[in-house]
Design a protein around this ligand. Structure first.
Ligand code: N01
Length: 513
């Protein structure tokens, strides 16, 4: 693909530049290689593969989607220890898959994308990357961004937080050097990360005479975690019995898929989950006042449904206080709530989520008309065609792009679907000898109008909550509002008819070839 442009010594030319080495970037590298597209480079800002499963090392970090499904279909793992595996196992799985894939020689670590600009004259992406050896330019035909939808930690905008003198870190950047024994610790947030962290902290602090304050702004719905350890015989069966892994995966997949109507059509269908969540509260907490504080006042499913058997008992334990008065400010050594109460704190953990609707990477990607993707999306809202391609950004593919998120199932399924679409696009480029493909504006708009029309009746819009799914205008630009069967079908074939296809411009090198 890059044969027609002659590289200068300061540049490296490849067919595909992939950004990020998490599930998405790794999947793209492996599948492109299988398709005979081995001329790629993966740049990764950290020192290893793994993405969110490398970064989130907080105590208790584990997947809340069953591992048999939360893994690549082409790299099944019979050795998961639990149905919901802990973070170290998932990271180890990703490292093993990367090692065995034979693609790692094209991964460049500790290297950050500074900016990527579409050069319309050469019909290539020109990307400046900075690594241990300084800065260099990579010229590529496609730019595949797998930088993650939940990768840039969001710190809370709380008055005075910058003046805090104790230890402060985000859940996704856990500081393991901080000794928590006997300390006064505060956790801000009660989302998916916090409910895994709180029981672990409670145990540590109870054993060492410490204290935990949990600052809740909105109570989450938490259903029981039906986790179990796989016994040795079952793991052996998963390894040796033909078809068994696939059977597990298929059963889990369809089990999760039954949630979809409750999210997208009729929240009342979720009544059994609501009852299970209320029973979870009753089981874990006996104090009526605390029960009332943790009972949500919006439809279940409006925010992500969380799973835990240990969160409520941890909140009810001695030495733990659930604080629901809004935080007014943070001082040098305390959190002060709106009622004027000042609670001293040594270690402040902010489990306040990620940038989800203003993805920082988009500030660094500049399209055909000279505007960054962030500028385009600030004007018109975050949107893409099939969650993957964007008008004005030729040969640009975004994995885990707009409206591809799920509230109920495995993002690895989504990633594999998008990567198949990417591979189809690359095959179409080859077949047609095109220099650039770009989704047509009308196809893009029709896709997004349909999505937003469907979104109106989902529980995420009607459920009476605000969540990270919605942008500042209340538009849901993150989740997929249909079944994942439909998503896969829509991405199964690269639809050239929805694209402007630009023929390669002959270069002087071509003429002399
Ligand atoms: O972040 P969140 P998360 N003052 O945004 C609160 C995935 N995940 O890291 O609800 C006070 O969900 C905020 O309050 P409110 C999963 O997709 C997966 O927990 O906005 N509080 C909320 O309670 C998940 O959905 C796993 O009112 C403030 C919390 O902080 C996503 O990651 C595990 C505040 C943020 O919750 C994000 O989860 C973990 C403020 N200024 C995460 N600002 C798996 O197991 C925010 N909050 C796969």
């Amino acid at each position: 693909m890059s044969a027609t442009v002659r590289p200068t010594p300061a540049e490296r030319h490849v067919d595909h530049l992939i950004v990020g080495a998490g599930f998405a970037g790794l999947c793209a590298a492996i599948r492109l290689q299988e398709d005979g597209e081995g001329d790629f480079l993966v740049v990764e800002k950290a020192g290893d593969v793994g993405g969110t499963w490398r970064d989130n090392t907080y105590p208790g970090a584990a997947c809340d989607v069953p591992s048999q499904l939360y893994s690549f279909s082409f790299a099944p793992n019979p050795d998961w220890s639990m149905s919901f595996s802990p973070q170290p196992e998932i990271w180890a799985y990703l490292r093993r898959v990367a090692r065995e894939s034979g693609t790692l020689d094209r991964f460049v670590f500790d290297t950050r994308l500074e900016d990527a600009t579409w050069d319309d004259a050469s019909q290539r992406w020109r990307s400046r990357v900075r690594g241990p050896d300084g800065e260099r330019t990579i010229v590529s035909t496609t730019l595949v961004v797998g930088a993650g939808g939940l990768s840039e930690p969001k710190l809370p905008a709380i008055e005075g937080i910058e003046s805090f003198q104790g230890e402060l870190f985000h859940s996704a950047r856990w500081d393991h050097d901080v000794d928590l024994a006997g300390k006064r610790v505060a956790v801000i947030g009660t989302g998916a990360s916090a409910i895994q962290i709180v029981p672990e902290l409670q145990r540590t602090l109870e054993a060492t005479g410490g204290h935990l304050d949990v600052y809740q702004r909105t109570a989450p719905w938490v259903i029981p975690r039906r986790d179990r350890r796989y016994p040795r015989w079952e793991r052996a069966a998963l390894r040796h019995v033909p078809g068994l892994r696939r059977l597990y995966r298929t059963a889990i997949y369809w089990g999760r898929e039954t949630y979809v109507p409750a999210f997208t059509l009729q929240p009342k269908i979720a009544a059994p989950a609501r009852r299970a969540a209320l029973a979870n509260i009753a089981r874990g907490i006996s104090d009526p006042e605390l029960r009332a504080k943790v009972t949500p006042h919006y439809e279940i499913g409006c925010k992500r449904i969380l799973i835990s058997n240990t969160y409520y008992p941890a909140l009810a334990a001695d030495g733990v206080e659930l604080v629901t008065d809004p935080i007014a400010k943070v001082t040098g050594d305390a959190v002060v709530t709106a009622d004027g109460v000042e609670r001293p704190v040594d270690v402040l953990v902010v489990a306040t989520g990620f940038y989800t609707t203003e993805l920082p990477i988009t500030e660094h990607v500049t399209g055909r008309d000279g505007r960054t993707l962030a500028q385009v999306w600030r004007e018109s809202g975050m949107a893409a065609y099939k969650g993957t391609t964007v008008p004005g950004f030729p040969n640009y593919f975004m994995l885990v792009g707009p409206n591809t998120g799920l509230g109920h199932s495995s993002m690895v399924f989504v990633i594999e679907s998008q990567v198949e679409y990417l591979c189809g696009a690359v095959r179409a480029i080859r077949r047609g000898a095109y220099a650039a493909i770009e989704p047509r504006r009308d196809a893009h708009d029709a896709w997004n109008q349909d999505l937003q029309r469907r979104m109106r009746r989902t529980v995420w819009s009607t459920g009476g909550c605000s969540s990270w799914y919605l942008d500042e205008h209340g538009r849901n630009t993150t989740l997929w509002p249909r079944s994942t069967v439909t998503l896969r079908r829509r991405l199964a074939r690269f639809d050239t008819d929805a694209y402007d296809l630009r023929a390669a411009v002959p270069t002087r090198e071509d003429a002399h070839a």
